[in-house]
Ligand binder design. Structure first.
Ligand SMILES: [Zn+2]
Length: 98
């Protein structure tokens, strides 16, 4: 897994931080080639298949998680604001993608 992959995710603004107001609830996603992945960097979770299988095989984090961590550190995520009313619909639309 190359760092260029992570760099391109960052430089193409594919790390999104969805902030729900007024609760300040945060949802991280990374836009991949075919779908958008849902991540929780605090819980060390990504919804992609390579994360799932990587964990089972004892490999490290997927490049989505690494990208989110880097974006957090360097303040490079694209921040998108929502209202709390939209939270349920937002989660439902992400869940449908899995
Ligand atoms: Zn992933």
């Amino acid at each position: 897994m190359s760092d260029e992959k992570i760099d391109s995710v960052i430089s193409e603004n594919r790390v999104k931080l969805h902030v729900f107001e007024p609760s300040q609830r945060k949802i991280w996603t990374v836009v991949g080639k075919e779908k958008e992945y849902w991540l929780d960097p605090e819980a060390d979770f990504c919804s992609c298949a390579s994360y799932y299988f990587g964990k089972m095989e004892g490999k490290g984090d997927c490049y989505h998680l690494k990208s989110v961590r880097l974006a957090q550190k360097e303040n490079k995520a694209e921040i998108i604001k929502f209202s709390d009313d939209e939270f349920v619909d937002f989660i439902a639309s992400l869940a449908m993608d899995f």
